[in-house]
Design a protein around this ligand. Structure first.
Ligand SMILES: NC(=O)c1ccc[n+]([C@@H]2O[C@H](COP(=O)([O-])OP(=O)(O)OC[C@H]3O[C@@H](n4cnc5c(N)ncnc54)[C@H](OP(=O)(O)O)[C@@H]3O)[C@@H](O)[C@H]2O)c1
Length: 338
């Protein structure tokens, strides 16, 4: 696997990050270990988790410790910590994950944003210790603010994160689900105080484009404005989550069932799917593989986070690394629009 620089840090990370969100909950330990082992054998270094993965899975048996705990156990079993670039996140853990569900065991999603722990200084200082313990390590390579917390001053969050870097608990900091202007404001605050700055932004990004003006709630989707920002600010790396929109690209039924499909159900998506499918057919690859290859050829540079539910998907999606797209093919994919 190719290595790429993370922003302008000088740090080399694998061109693909492995999404570990569902490891330890939906994905059992044996399958998780198999994927992690293969990823390392394939030259992967960059792992992505969070201190809340994945509390929403199941019927209340998970609280958000599961992914970090599994990774800690796997790294210890393999002695692999030093070969990895380990990213985790703070801020989107629930205050009381054991009591969020209603009497029927369902999650009242409209209440969830109000239940996030957020990014106050005390919360960050406590949660980093918990993550370090679960991950069985003394440092985190990249520590993201998981969601933008508009109730806490950015100064407070950035000051706390800067402290963690000075203390050696964290090597680099990043943000996730920040709008463009918030990334810029954070950059300006860090620069004014001489603090470390966000070197990566993890945002939702895929080949299909959401309809203009749709609401992603606490999420932030990459748009034209944000791409322009990344082009002009290469000290912050774009890390793309949910690159396959939960696996909808090769399966019309799955697309129709996708909980966010209404945000994408447009003529623009139909044109892009047509162009994608036609080119995938010519290349003899799947639509999913072509989406991942498109991200890997993208300018400004994107580091996609691959999420897979098992080894068959792992093998299939990693096939995207063998696809070479010409400038003309990239231009054709980029130009597709309605
Ligand atoms: N910062 C954030 O707020 C945030 C949010 C979400 C995720 N993330 C990170 O990003 C990672 C990836 O996110 P994601 O899981 O949402 O990614 P995704 O690419 O949107 O979806 C991955 C899912 O798609 C399905 N899939 C994968 N390959 C497929 C294929 N070849 N054909 C058909 N279906 C396929 C699998 O689900 P099934 O097999 O169950 O269908 C898999 O679990 C996570 O692990 C996490 O680390 C971050």
């Amino acid at each position: 696997m190719k290595m790429v620089e993370l922003g302008k840090t000088g740090e080399q990370v694998s061109q693909v990050s492995l999404g570990c969100m569902l490891m330890g909950s939906t994905i059992d330990a044996a399958t998780s270990y198999a994927m992690l082992d293969c990823f390392v054998e394939d030259g992967g270094t960059f792992l992505d988790t969070a201190n809340c993965y994945a509390w929403w899975v199941g019927n209340g048996e998970f609280i958000g410790d599961e992914s970090e705990t599994l990774l800690g156990e796997w790294m210890q079993a393999r002695g692999s910590r030093d070969r990895l670039f380990l990213a985790t996140k703070t801020g989107a853990r629930l205050k009381d994950p054991a009591h969020i569900r209603n009497a029927q065991g369902d999650i009242p999603w409209e209440k969830v944003p109000g239940e996030y722990q957020g990014l106050a200084k005390d919360t960050i200082k406590r949660s980093v210790e918990d993550s370090l313990r679960r991950l069985r390590t003394d440092h985190i390579d990249l520590y993201y603010a998981h969601i933008d917390d508009r109730n806490t001053a950015l100064e407070e969050t950035l000051d706390a994160l800067n402290d963690l870097v000075q203390e050696g608990k964290v090597r680099y900091i990043g943000c996730s689900n920040y709008r463009t202007w918030r990334m810029e404001r954070a950059r300006a605050i860090s620069a004014a105080h001489g603090w470390v700055h966000y070197v990566a932004a993890q945002q939702e990004y895929s080949y299909l484009r959401p309809k203009p003006g749709v609401d992603f709630g606490v999420g932030a989707h990459v748009d034209g404005e944000m791409l322009d920002y990344f082009r002009a600010n290469d000290e912050i790396a774009l890390v793309a989550y949910s690159p396959l929109l939960k696996g909808i690209y090769d399966d019309a039924e799955k697309r129709a069932r996708y909980y966010n499909w209404s945000l994408y159900d447009s003529d623009d998506s139909r044109v892009r799917l047509d162009v994608l499918s036609k080119m995938a057919g010519e290349l003899g690859v799947s639509n999913s593989q072509l989406v991942l290859a498109w991200l890997l050829h993208h300018q400004p540079q994107v580091i996609p986070i691959f999420g897979m539910s098992g080894m068959a998907q792992y093998e299939h999606n990693m096939g995207a690394l063998n696809i070479t797209l010409s400038d003309a093919q990239m231009a054709e994919l980029n130009a597709a629009s309605a």
